[in-house]
Design a protein around this ligand. Structure first.
Ligand code: C2E
Ligand code: MG
Ligand code: MG
Length: 596
């Protein structure tokens, strides 16, 4: 398309209002509810200006950005209002258009009035597409919007030129982490660090974080574990003209097989109180009677015809209402749905304790102590109590601390054994890697134990960086021996990166002369002077296949890994040795060892 053709196409779009608004839901995980919808514009289908990126680029060139913005906003508000979508409307606005002299002030408020959308339901998403040198004007324009009652979101955080400055000066209500940081976050320690920092900054500045562009279950699992509350992406729902209204169908079941090996993969059964619930048409008097009869009943779940929870009644809030004059007479025959609260936390039985604890702490302070609902595939099972979650979490933490290695704080031998047992029970194909440092003893002798400890900490970090946080495991057996379990297909690549990473990281520990010579001289076990190569890793790997899981136990598996490590140690310098559990002779040797 030539430039003239593009400009012609733009003119025609603007004249005929040939624009479409798609909506993509933004989901709140703790409430299992749709917080709102982001409006995303499309030009005519089959046209080069279908994509908003092209469309806006051409309008920018033609100096018609404001005009296009307004047309998009009009279409978004109209469609949002026509469909009676609930929650907030997130509108993208290019900051430059606010700065254009032709920008007609007050038009957005008029628009909203026309479509009956109060400004408190609108969030202005500010994207930084070009470097903004006129901060002053931008801030004025934004404060102007804020004064009108809009909330502000900073879009594509991390992708722009000055996001951090914008963040600290604009104090947005929401920040949307750019897709770049979400893409493959389960396999990338650096991305996790970045997102972790953004979450901390958001806490300090009281902004709510939205993670956008989530495509994979694994990405979602890591984000949930990190405490992200608001999510958006193809995994949940693509942008569409008629978006769904019920979040429950959007939240894919948390896949229990993707649970990590570090935490208990057991479900929430330990928390479940199988209390009967009531249907929404139950008269208030009946509910009151239930509370009267059962002194220890704190809450009752309210269900719809499909047995799905739609609300909760808490003893304290019910008595608050009924203490008012004539309230009992007024409400006695009314259905309980009139008095129930629809702001409740519901979790799936298959979720982990850690996930539930995160969800509870992300709730508003006044709701934090309330009972929560436990479901199975969206249907009501029973209630859970926050105090029980606290007790269990404390127990788990104490257990972890008891069995952790005091230097690296990694799980020690008991959790390693438990991890191997779980691995065999789950019958997952995985790689059990026994990692050992070459030349570590002579290094310790020359450089001292303090430096040696630094090397061990460095290795612990390198191992942590290479694993997939959503499923893998690292433990510290003791001394310079570590155990790592990898589950992804690219395990070879990860191991070779680990070898390289460790050697590079260690360079900072050597004296210059050793680094230069590529070796150091120390006494060997026989007390003779010997030349040792610089530190490297030997890794023994057991490739565990599901079909052999039934015949192996955890200690045999550990024994095999240790054998693999001995083979790797026979090779000078960095090396990897793999034992394949599918090979008959491996099992034969093992059986012999057991029988003999
Ligand atoms: P954005 O505001 O960051 O919007 C998110 C983009 O990511 C959208 O692309 C959306 O369709 C896409 N997306 C959502 N989930 C996923 C996912 O899981 N994976 C991937 N790969 N992509 C996902 P879209 O609709 O093409 O919009 C591109 C950009 O154009 C938007 O980025 C926004 O900056 C701009 N834009 C769209 N509509 C408007 C508008 O009406 N006004 C203004 N000023 N800008 C708009
Ligand atoms: Mg956006
Ligand atoms: Mg964005």
């Amino acid at each position: 398309m030539t430039v003239t053709e593009q400009l012609g196409a733009l003119s025609s779009i603007l004249t005929h209002g040939d624009l479409h608004s798609l909506f993509q839901p933004i989901v709140s995980l703790s409430d299992r509810r749709i917080l709102g919808y982001e409006a995303l514009t499309r030009g005519p289908s089959n046209s080069a200006l279908h994509s908003p990126l092209n469309l806006f680029a051409v309008a920018r060139q033609a100096g018609r950005l404001s005009e296009l913005e307004l047309a998009c906003r009009e279409s978004a508000c109209r469609r949002f209002s026509q469909q009676k979508l609930e929650g907030k409307l997130f509108l993208n606005i290019s900051p430059e258009s606010l700065l254009e002299a032709s920008h007609p002030p007050g038009r957005t408020l008029q628009l909203l009035q026309r479509y009956g959308i109060p400004p408190s339901r609108v969030v202005i998403e500010l994207t930084e597409q070009t470097p903004t040198d006129d901060f002053g004007l931008l801030y004025n324009a934004l404060y102007h919007y804020r004064d009108m009652g809009f909330s502000i979101a900073l879009d594509d955080l991390g992708a722009g030129y000055s996001s951090l400055r914008l963040w600290s000066e604009l104090r947005p209500d929401y920040v949307k982490i750019d897709r770049h940081f979400i893409d493959g976050i389960h396999q990338d320690a650096v991305k996790r660090e970045f997102v972790g920092s953004m979450l901390q900054m958001a806490k300090a500045s009281r902004a709510l974080v939205i993670a956008e562009g989530i495509e994979l279950q694994e990405e979602l699992a890591v984000l949930i574990d990190m405490g992200v509350e608001l999510v958006q992406g193809y995994l949940l729902c693509r942008p569409q003209e008629f978006p769904p209204r019920d979040a429950r169908a959007l939240l894919p079941k948390i896949d229990p097989s993707a649970a990590t090996l570090t935490e208990e993969t057991s479900d929430l059964s330990a928390l479940l109180n199988e209390q009967p619930a009531v249907v929404q048409t139950t008269p208030t008097a009946t509910v009151l009677e239930a509370f009267r009869k059962q002194a220890n009943l704190n809450s009752l779940a309210v269900l719809d015809e499909q047995h799905q929870p739609i609300g909760i009644v808490h003893r304290h809030s019910l008595s608050d209402v009924l203490l008012q004059p004539f309230a009992t007479e007024l409400y006695a025959r009314k259905p309980i749905s009139r008095l129930m609260s629809d702001d409740f936390l519901a979790v799936e039985l298959s979720q982990s304790l850690q996930q539930v604890s995160r969800l509870i702490t992300s709730r508003a302070r006044q709701r934090i102590e309330e009972d929560f609902i436990i479901m199975q595939n969206g249907a009501y099972l029973g209630l859970g109590r926050v105090i029980d979650v606290l007790k269990l979490i404390t127990e788990v933490k104490i257990q972890q601390a008891r069995y952790a290695n005091p230097l690296t704080l990694l799980p020690g031998n008991v959790p390693i054994q438990q991890c191997l047992t779980r691995l065999l029970q789950q019958g997952r194909e995985s790689m059990i890697c026994y990692v050992d440092i070459d030349s570590f003893k002579p290094f310790n002798d020359i450089y001292g134990y303090g430096r040696g400890d630094e090397v061990l900490l460095c290795l612990a970090q390198c191992l942590n960086d290479r694993i997939d946080q959503s499923r893998d495991f690292v433990g510290h057996i003791g001394g310079d021996d570590f155990l790592m379990v990898l589950g992804s297909d690219d395990w070879r690549k990860r191991l070779y990166m680990l070898l390289e990473d460790f050697q590079n990281q260690c360079r900072r520990f050597y004296r210059a002369e050793h680094l230069e010579a590529g070796c150091f001289v120390a006494l060997n076990r026989q007390g003779q002077r010997q030349e040792f190569p610089l530190l490297s890793l030997s890794i023994g790997v057991v490739h565990l296949y599901p079909e052999v899981c039934t015949t192996l136990d955890a200690s045999q598996l550990a024994e095999l890994a240790s054998q693999a490590k001995h083979h790797a140690k026979e090779v000078m310098g960095a090396s990897v040795h793999v034992i394949n559990t599918r090979e008959a002779e491996v099992m034969a040797t093992l059986n012999q060892a057991v029988l003999g």
